[in-house]
Design a protein around this ligand. Structure first.
Ligand SMILES: [Zn+2]
Length: 243
C-alpha cells in the first residue's frame, strides 16, 4: 500500500549489502551501501536520520535539523518534514514503516521482542496521533522481513513480559519443548489494530529471515551478520483536508 500511495520506501535484502553500523562489516562499505539505496530511491543522504536502537519503546520526532544523525535512545523515528529520510536497521527484528498521506507524516520503527513487549507499535501510533494529529484509521503500515514464529523460540523471561498483552496466548503457542514460538509480526499487528489501525491497511511480508539465507541477514541464524534497512520518506503533497 505504501507503493500505491507513492511513498518512497524500501525494505532492503542482502542484495543491497550490509546497511547497519552494528554487526559485522566495515563502516565504509556500510556508507557506500546506504548511499546506493538512497540514490535508487531518489532520496538525499544529507537528510538521512537513523535510530540508535536500544531495544526500548521510544519513538523520536525528527526533522531537517537531524539530517545525518543517529538519534540516541530511540527505536523509532517519526517526521512530518518533507525531505527527512527515516531509517531503522534489523536482522530478525521487525521493521515497521508508517505513512499518513493525509497529513504527510511518516514513521519507521524497529521492534525486537523487548520493543514488542514494551509496545513500541502502540507508541508509534500515539506519537503520530499526538504530535501530528494522525487518525489511526488513515495510517498505512508495512511490516518487513523479520524472523517468523517458525524460528523464534522464546523462554520464560520473554513470556513474562509478553503476558501484559491480553492476546499473548494467540501469538505464542507452546512447543514440544515446553517453550514458546513467538510471532513478533502478529504481535505488532495486534497492537496496531488495538490502536485503531485498519487491518486492511497493514501489509505484512510473510517471509522468515532465518528461512531465507539467500535473501536476508539473520542474527539468530548467523550471529555475526549484516543489517537490512527499512527506509521511508514523505514526498509529494499531503492530500490534506478533513474528510
Ligand atoms: Zn522460519
Amino acid at each position: 500500500m505504501l507503493r500505491a500511495a507513492e511513498i518512497p520506501h524500501a525494505f532492503t535484502t542482502r542484495a543491497a549489502g550490509n546497511q547497519g553500523r552494528g554487526g559485522a562489516g566495515d563502516p565504509q562499505a556500510v556508507r557506500a551501501n546506504r548511499a546506493a539505496i538512497l540514490q535508487a530511491l531518489g532520496l538525499d543522504p544529507a537528510h538521512h536520520v537513523e535510530a540508535d536502537q536500544v531495544h526500548g519503546a521510544v519513538v523520536a520526532v525528527v526533522g531537517a535539523k537531524d539530517g545525518g544523525r543517529c538519534v540516541p535512545d530511540a527505536d523509532g523515528l517519526a517526521s512530518a518534514e518533507r525531505r527527512t529520510v527515516l531509517a531503522v536497521h534489523a536482522a530478525d527484528c521487525v521493521p515497521l514503516l508508517f505513512a499518513d498521506t493525509r497529513l504527510g507524516a511518516v514513521a519507521a520503527v524497529h521492534a525486537g521482542w523487548k520493543g514488542v513487549a514494551a509496545g513500541i507499535p502502540v507508541e508509534a501510533v500515539r506519537i503520530l496521533r499526538e504530535r501530528f494529529g494522525s487518525r489511526p484509521g488513515d495510517l498505512i503500515v508495512a511490516i518487513g522481513p523479520s524472523i517468523g514464529p517458525c524460528h523464534y523460540e522464546v523462554d520464560e523471561p520473554v513470556m513474562e513480559r509478553m503476558r501484559r498483552w491480553p492476546w499473548w496466548r494467540e501469538v505464542a503457542p507452546v512447543n514440544e519443548r515446553g517453550l514458546w514460538q513467538l510471532d513478533l509480526r502478529a504481535s505488532c499487528v495486534r497492537q496496531l489494530v488495538g490502536e485503531g489501525v485498519r487491518p486492511e491497511r497493514i501489509d505484512v511480508l510473510d517471509l522468515c529471515t532465518y528461512d531465507h539465507p539467500e535473501l536476508f541477514y539473520s542474527y539468530r541464524r548467523d550471529r555475526a551478520t549484516g543489517r537490512m534497512a527499512a527506509i521511508v520518506a514523505m514526498s509529494g503533497t499531503p492530500t490534506g483536508g478533513n474528510g
